[in-house]
Every structure is written in structure tokens, then in C-alpha cells.
Design a protein. Structure first.
Length: 143
């Protein structure tokens, strides 16, 4: 009887170079997803700021309907949260928004101007955007 010598089957393993290439591809995929998510997050913050400004505008309209005038510059948007004590003191006041509605997605208070720079004869409600600097391209307002 002849003995057939079989060589043991060698299991093929990944080389270090192949592992490094796979890890590099995974890192590139994760990096590109992170960049895309970051862009979506910025856009979401901008949309959120716009929605909050519309909410504040609705509350300011309700305030004006009840009191015949919008809050003064001195009273500010806080007049929608707490009853103003500065003249003209509203006769028919109720809380129209919660305090967190006065804060933009970047943690800063919305600005209020009465009279407005952009809305002549009206008022401006605005966020200075992510950079927090007025009169830059990322400002969001009711104009």
C-alpha cells in the first residue's frame, strides 16, 4: 500500500498590508459620513432658528392684537415670557412662549429691534447665526 503524503492545507490569513488597507477604507468611509452629518447638522440648526423666529413672530402678533402695540425695544422679547413693568405696561397680558423659545440653536438669545432696521415700520427678530456676529452671511431674521 502506497502512502500518499498530503501536504497540510494552509489556511490563508490576511497580511498586515491587507489589514491596513481595509482599515484605511473604513476610516475614509467614517470620515466622509462625519463630514456629511456635520453639514446636515448645520442646516438643521439654521432651519430650527428660522422656525423659532416664526414662532416668536406669531407670539408678537398675538401680543400686538391683545395690547394694540408690540413690545418696545426696552421690553424686548422677554415681554412674551414675563409681564413687562416698563411703559407701556400691557393691560391684557399672558405668557405667549416659554423662556427657551428666546434662545437660538447656538445658545444665544434672539435679538429684537423695534423699530427694525430691515422691517421699516415694524420690528426685527434675528439670530446672529453660528458665528454670533451681526451683519454676516449666517444671520437669520424675519425679513
Amino acid at each position: 500500500m502506497k502512502h500518499i503524503h498530503r501536504q497540510p492545507l494552509r489556511t490563508r490569513a490576511f497580511t498586515l498590508l491587507e489589514m491596513m488597507i481595509v482599515l484605511l477604507i473604513i476610516a475614509l468611509i467614517i470620515g466622509s459620513v462625519a463630514v456629511m452629518v456635520g453639514g446636515i447638522e448645520k442646516q438643521a440648526e439654521t432651519v430650527s432658528a428660522g422656525a423659532k423666529i416664526k414662532q416668536l413672530q406669531s407670539a408678537l402678533i398675538a401680543y400686538k392684537i391683545a395690547n394694540l402695540v408690540p413690545p418696545t425695544q426696552e421690553q424686548g422679547l422677554e415681554a412674551l415670557v414675563t409681564r413687562p413693568t416698563a411703559a407701556p405696561v400691557p393691560k391684557r397680558w399672558s405668557q405667549l412662549v416659554k423662556a427657551d423659545a428666546l434662545v437660538d440653536p447656538w445658545g444665544r438669545k434672539f435679538a429684537y429691534r423695534n423699530p427694525g432696521k430691515h422691517n421699516n415700520g415694524g420690528y426685527d427678530v434675528l439670530s446672529f447665526g453660528q458665528d454670533g456676529v451681526e451683519n454676516t452671511d449666517d444671520d437669520i431674521g424675519n425679513w
